[in-house]
Ligand binder design. Structure first.
Ligand SMILES: [Fe+2]
Length: 253
């Protein structure tokens, strides 16, 4: 993996070096996130005993999954795909254009490219190969666990700068969007495009409990006490309180 880590660092470092002082924190966030997602993927892989090729492919895909974030931010100064471009697809194109994984056998490279392109989709298509599905699911779980880690402090101290990860959403105390609460009640993942305020973002993070594919990820969400921390930031209403039990049951399943 050392070679791939070096390739990633060589690719991402110029974005950091050339950034203005005010943009540096946002880019550093994605740089650190890439390595933390890689660490999560290693934990998932270690828990699965996969064939060695798929194990390696999944770890590489995790490290490179947000390659698109660097050119996306450079061009649009946002991480909000709806206001810029699909960062998954841009990531796959960027890996190809910069020949970042040309040292990898074609089959593995294609799986990594597929996982990068699909890691941010709401749902995976039915027709993909078993190998690509497992690889992408590992990336998606690893990504979600780290995004929650990054967002909890941002959501706690809104208005203290570095708001890019909050996707332009604002605090509207006591407001929650019914369709997102409904999705959670039904044990489904909330939709990004239905969010209207930061409470919706908090609910969306909670709803990810229902879209985690591996036991390691569910247990990690429990171990890091994410549910409790997010619930504390939400309005103290019965409607919200009632969501706690089904989410915890799902994570303990
Ligand atoms: Fe990510």
């Amino acid at each position: 993996m050392k070679k791939f880590k070096e390739t990633f660092i060589d690719f991402a470092t110029p974005y950091l070096r050339n950034a203005t002082e005010e943009d540096k924190a946002d880019i550093q966030l994605k740089f650190d996130h890439s390595f933390d997602v890689f660490d999560n993927s290693c934990n998932i892989c270690d828990s699965l005993s996969l064939p060695s090729e798929l194990d390696e492919t999944s770890r590489i895909a995790a490290l490179f999954h947000d390659t698109g974030r660097f050119p996306q931010y450079l061009k649009y100064k946002t991480f909000r795909d709806a206001d810029s471009c699909n960062h998954g697809k841009l990531g796959a194109r960027t890996v190809l254009k910069n020949k970042l994984l040309d040292g990898l056998p074609r089959r593995q490279r294609n799986t990594v490219l597929g996982a990068i392109a699909m890691h941010n989709r709401n749902k995976l298509p039915d027709f993909i190969s078993k190998e690509l599905r497992i690889c992408t699911e590992i990336v998606r779980d690893s990504d979600k666990i780290d995004i929650i880690k990054v967002l909890i402090p941002h959501l706690q101290h809104v208005g203290t700068g570095n708001e890019a990860p909050l996707m332009g959403l604002t605090e509207k105390p006591d407001v929650v969007t019914e369709s997102i609460v409904k999705a959670l009640k039904q044990g489904k993942q909330g939709a990004y495009n239905e969010m209207s305020c930061l409470n919706d973002f908090r609910l969306l993070l909670l709803s990810w409990a229902f879209d985690l594919n591996f036991e390691w990820s569910r247990k990690e969400m429990l171990r890091r006490e994410y549910v409790e921390q997010i619930m504390e930031q939400l309005p103290a209403t019965k409607q919200i309180h009632d969501l706690y039990k089904p989410v915890m049951e799902q994570l303990n399943s």
